[in-house]
Design a protein around this ligand. Structure first.
Ligand SMILES: CC(C)(COP(=O)(O)OP(=O)(O)OC[C@H]1O[C@@H](n2cnc3c(N)ncnc32)[C@H](O)[C@@H]1OP(=O)(O)O)[C@@H](O)C(=O)NCCC(=O)NCCS
Length: 172
């Protein structure tokens, strides 16, 4: 069995878009409305959107490949604070949860942060997404504050902002 974290390439984009669709419809049912799921999928996971991001400075997409099948992905980007990296997307298909793969993608985000001389790592997570909150605590993130963002068309992201604890930032 081979599990790898690799840069996402243009030929992978269609697969990741379909995978995001499946993960979101399954995972967020009961957390956000089906209308908001459709809106956010269209806004964030259309192949053209991902393709543009692949060639944008300050954005890094990675795929998680199990025996060459893409089973998850993450996307990190520099925020308005030029020294801060945000894990903007972190998703693994439910058939492959709790095997430490999320930890691999977070380790990759920490690597990207260090390689680019960035100083902090943040993310936002829906307040009702308890399994993800538990996972982030396990990885060393702490809830810093609320993050309530209007994303248009009457939809709101009601999230916590979490920050990687300084003790986890040091090189081991
Ligand atoms: C959150 C996520 C990325 C974690 O990845 P993972 O590979 O499953 O997690 P890991 O194996 O590295 O760590 C597991 C921890 O996550 C939590 N967790 C993940 N899946 C869980 C589940 N189905 N039930 C309960 N806890 C779960 C637990 O705290 C677990 O720790 P434990 O196994 O020691 O109890 C993954 O579960 C996922 O993609 N979830 C759905 C999408 C999502 O919510 N993404 C985050 C958006 S902000």
């Amino acid at each position: 069995m081979s599990i790898q974290v690799l840069p996402l390439a243009p030929p992978d984009v269609q697969v990741v878009s379909v995978l995001a669709d499946a993960i979101w419809r399954h995972h967020y049912a009961g957390i956000i409305s089906s209308e908001q799921i459709e809106y956010m999928l269209a806004q964030r996971y259309q192949p053209t959107v991902i393709l543009t991001q692949l060639s944008t400075a300050g954005i890094w997409w990675r795929k998680l490949a199990l025996n060459e099948e893409i089973i998850g992905f993450c996307c990190c980007m520099v925020t308005d604070n030029p020294k801060e990296l945000k894990i903007d997307k972190l998703y693994i298909h439910c058939n492959h949860h709790r095997k430490g793969y999320g930890a691999l993608l977070v380790a990759e985000a920490i690597k990207i942060m260090r390689e680019n001389n960035l100083q902090s790592l943040i993310l936002t997570v829906n307040k009702h997404n308890q399994t993800a909150i538990d996972a982030y605590h396990k990885y060393g993130f702490e809830i810093t504050r609320d993050s309530i963002v209007d994303i248009g068309e009457g939809f709101i992201m009601n999230d916590y902002l979490m920050t990687l604890a300084p003790t986890k930032m040091r090189k081991t």
